[in-house]
Ligand binder design. Structure first.
Ligand code: PGA
Length: 257
């Protein structure tokens, strides 16, 4: 069932998502079971990670039994580079919580090109061996991408090397100083990989996402709008701020998780 929640601002939306994740992590810990989270990067989830760190520090939430798989990484990219998603995750989340290093999985942007196909097959196998993703957190790009699945993309895609859309490269250029320094490729999980997650939360903040969010939710499912594939599966929760929801036909206001 699709659910759309609209918050006054991204801080409130981020807190609601973090609380939901924290409750899942806590529940699984009480059951003595691992929990597998699919994690996203970019500006969208930063507030969620800040709040999870706060919950860890002030409420003692443990991440020892949490296994993570990140959606994507630029290619080529050294994990130690400050522009890498590996660095992003350590900076915003992993270095502040008690997760075990061996439970963290991020596509490796430093591989030789000819090693990428085997790596991608291995990444899919690691997700399966971990029991599949319990909860996938997503942002949405202005191209409608989820992960780095740029349009057009088919529903059966799995982890692979992809080319980035020009709009995505433009949006990333600020982080790299200029377009000429911005990677044009990435390793990303596929639409099929994402759709197999048991639960999905997709967040969107700000007016510049409003048009693509309307298309993703209200237009027909289309390979040119990658996030529209989310319409085809149950358990997708959209968490938006007012600006990002501004173009939706119906805007349910929500004040709590
Ligand atoms: P952003 O990117 O969070 O930086 O807006 C979202 C995305 O590209 O998925």
């Amino acid at each position: 069932m699709r659910q759309i929640q609209v918050f006054d601002n991204k801080m409130e939306g981020s807190r609601a998502i973090a609380r939901y994740i924290a409750n899942l992590v806590k529940r699984r810990q009480e059951e003595n079971k691992p929990v597998v989270l699919g994690l996203a990067t970019g500006s969208t989830p930063i507030g969620v990670y800040e709040e999870l760190v706060r919950i860890h520090k002030t409420e003692g939430l443990s991440f020892k039994h949490v296994v993570t798989f990140n959606l994507d990484e630029y290619y080529p990219m050294r994990p130690s580079s400050h522009q890498s998603y590996a660095w992003f995750m350590h900076h915003h989340l992993f270095s502040h919580i008690d997760i075990s290093a061996q439970n963290i999985h991020i596509p490796d942007g430093a591989l030789a090109r000819n090693h990428i196909p085997a790596f991608c097959r291995g990444y899919e196998a690691q997700i399966k061996n971990a029991g599949g993703i319990d909860l996938q957190l997503l942002g949405i790009g202005r191209t409608g991408h989820i992960g780095f699945n740029e349009p057009p993309v088919s529903a059966d895609t799995i982890t692979r090397l992809v080319s980035l859309h020009n709009i995505t490269i433009e949006d990333a250029a600020a982080d790299f100083g200029s377009i000429s320094f911005t990677p044009t490729e990435a390793i990303t999980v596929g639409i099929s990989t994402i759709m197999q997650a048991r639960e999905i939360i997709i967040a969107g903040w700000g007016q510049n996402k409003a048009a693509i969010i309307k298309k993703a939710i209200e237009a027909n499912v289309d390979e040119h709008i990658p996030a529209s594939y989310l319409q085809t599966r149950p358990s997708v929760r959209w968490v938006l701020d007012k600006e990002a929801a501004a173009e939706l036909s119906e805007v349910p206001m929500q004040s709590e998780a």
